[in-house]
Design a protein around this ligand. Structure first.
Ligand code: SF4
Length: 176
């Protein structure tokens, strides 16, 4: 299948990329992450993806619509900010996949044991039904450690928090 994969960061892309190539898919990366703050962190992750795709000769699209204002408004108003965050990124990926005539879309977020995996899978499925483009689901979590090892070997930047400013606070704010 011709698959457009939403890429949250280079380390999380490594293993799903390898898996999907082994399965014979034609994989194109799509970087779209207005949730990542601050901007220098966003740049670090973007540059890391640039480095990885260059090393691997992978096709890639960069969506530089870094609309943090809209993201923050939505995240603050949402009942569950991660659901809002997943939905926005996956909807945009599905839209691009449809426009560019891919067979399916997916996301590297499916590798992380720190994400709400079942929520992600449900959102992907729902967007697939609404948009008419298949959601490629695979539980990549078994490859999480391998993805860290590959990233270390390639010298890829590895972030310390999920992405948004709220997750940065959760990571560093002293818990009394
Ligand atoms: S914690 Fe991660 S998934 Fe949740 S809203 Fe923040 S960046 Fe998005």
């Amino acid at each position: 299948m011709k698959i457009l994969i939403h890429v949250c960061c280079a380390p999380c892309f490594t293993y799903p990329h390898k898996r999907m190539l082994e399965e014979g898919h034609d994989v194109t990366a799509y970087f779209y992450n207005p949730n990542i703050h601050p901007y220098r962190e966003y740049k670090n992750r973007l540059e890391s993806v640039e480095k990885y795709v260059e090393l691997k000769g992978t096709k890639v699209f960069y969506d530089n619509n870094y609309d943090i204002e809209n993201y923050l408004r939505g995240a603050l108003a949402a009942e569950d900010r991660c659901t809002f965050c997943y939905t926005g990124r996956l909807e945009q990926t599905a839209k691009m996949a449809r426009q560019l005539e891919f067979d399916a879309f997916t996301t590297t977020l499916l590798i992380s044991p720190y994400q709400k995996h079942d929520t992600l899978a449900q959102i992907g499925k729902k967007i697939a039904e609404q948009s008419g483009i298949e959601f490629y689901y695979e539980d990549f979590r078994e490859g999480y450690q391998e993805s860290r090892n590959i990233s270390k070997d390639l010298g890829l930047y590895m972030q310390k928090y999920c992405g948004c400013i709220f997750s940065e606070k959760e990571r560093y704010f002293p818990q009394l």
